[in-house]
Design a protein around this ligand. Structure first.
Ligand code: XMP
Length: 317
């Protein structure tokens, strides 16, 4: 029978034999898969694993720094790269969801390629691909940090010519979590909800500006912190907020306001393929809504998405 301890033991040994003294590069996303893959390879080859964690400016509030800190505590050889400006520049004026995804995928590859070039004599590209990615049963609409060959436009970036190592290729998500737990990976990372590779860019309907990202980060942070403190975080599969390109009238004291609407979305699911909207307590929703409207400048109305998948998708774009 499969056990995480036995899997770790044989995988680490196999990785050592396969990689030897070569150098390996890996892109961390903050998610479970890339983190567990990194820790396994780290056990096998230590500092010869070079991890790259890119700040695309589309992550959650404070997430880049806190996740980078956890990676460093885990002993990983990780480089944090602030590439926000490149992503914002590439996204400026784009409103079509697929064009946004393509722009993000392209910039990620440019940044990653540039970083990989700085690792002298790197031989391998490691990826946190898991079994559902292999059979493509997971519904993803576009580029994530898992680099697939169709992302390249024009010439092949150099890192794609590297040999590929994917230690989680035969595992399901729950097995990856068990392996991660056995490897003592921070719960902050292990119990994290799925988060799309294009990040907040596909939760800002319409064009992206740094100001909109900041507004959405504040809204999302209030919602997610609320879920955590109410003990509801682990009850839902995924949660987040959408910033809508819709303004609505409100009142604040004697003043009439005309500001943005945000939609909260939380779903229960087993694999993301189908999902039900999460029946969160009204009290909880009321508190979150009040806090958002009182604290986030630019937002005067909160709605809750009660659509299930199918026919709605989890993300709005
Ligand atoms: P949908 O919106 O299709 O989402 O119901 C299903 C799951 O996939 C995630 N998702 C993405 N993940 N790149 C990703 O890495 C993407 O472009 C993307 N689009 C959706 C979504 O967050 C959910 O977990």
């Amino acid at each position: 029978d499969w056990t995480p301890d036995q899997f770790i033991e044989t995988t680490v040994e196999d990785l050592r034999n396969l990689i030897g003294n070569d150098k390996v590069v890996l892109g961390l996303s903050g998610g479970v898969d890339s983190s567990v893959a990194a820790m396994l390879i780290h056990q096998a080859i230590g500092k010869n694993l070079y991890c790259i964690f890119v700040d695309n400016g589309l992550l959650r509030h404070d997430e880049f720094q806190s996740v980078l800190d956890s990676y460093q505590h885990m002993g990983l050889n990780v480089k944090g790269v602030n590439a926000k400006a490149s992503f914002y520049t590439a996204l400026a004026g784009l409103t079509d969801p697929e064009l946004k995804r393509k722009a993000i995928g392209r910039v990620f590859i440019e940044v990653f390629d540039q970083e990989a070039h700085q690792i002298e004599d790197v031989k391998w590209l490691a990826q946190g691909t898991i079994y559902p990615d292999v059979i493509e049963s997971v519904s993803v609409k576009g580029p994530s940090v898992t680099i697939k060959s169709h992302h390249n436009v024009g010439g092949l970036p150099d890192f794609m010519k590297l040999k590929v190592v994917e230690p989680l290729k035969a595992l399901f998500k729950d097995e990856v979590r068990l392996v991660g737990k056995t490897l003592n990976i921070d719960d902050l990372i292990l119990s994290r909800h799925p988060f799309p590779g294009p990040g907040l860019a596909i939760r800002i309907i319409g064009d992206i500006t740094p100001q909109k990202v900041q507004i959405l980060q504040q809204v999302d942070h209030i919602f997610i912190s609320g879920l955590r403190t109410s003990g509801l975080y682990n009850e839902v599969w995924q949660a987040g907020a959408m910033l809508l390109p819709v303004q609505s009238v409100g009142v604040m004291g004697d003043e009439r306001t005309y500001e943005n609407v945000v939609a909260l979305r939380a779903v229960t699911s087993v694999d993301g393929m189908t999902a039900d909207w999460a029946h969160l307590p009204y009290e909880f929703l009321a508190n979150v809504s009040n806090e958002i409207i009182n604290k986030v400048k630019g937002v005067n109305r909160v709605v809750y998405d009660i659509s299930s998948k199918p026919p709605a998708t989890i993300e709005w774009e």
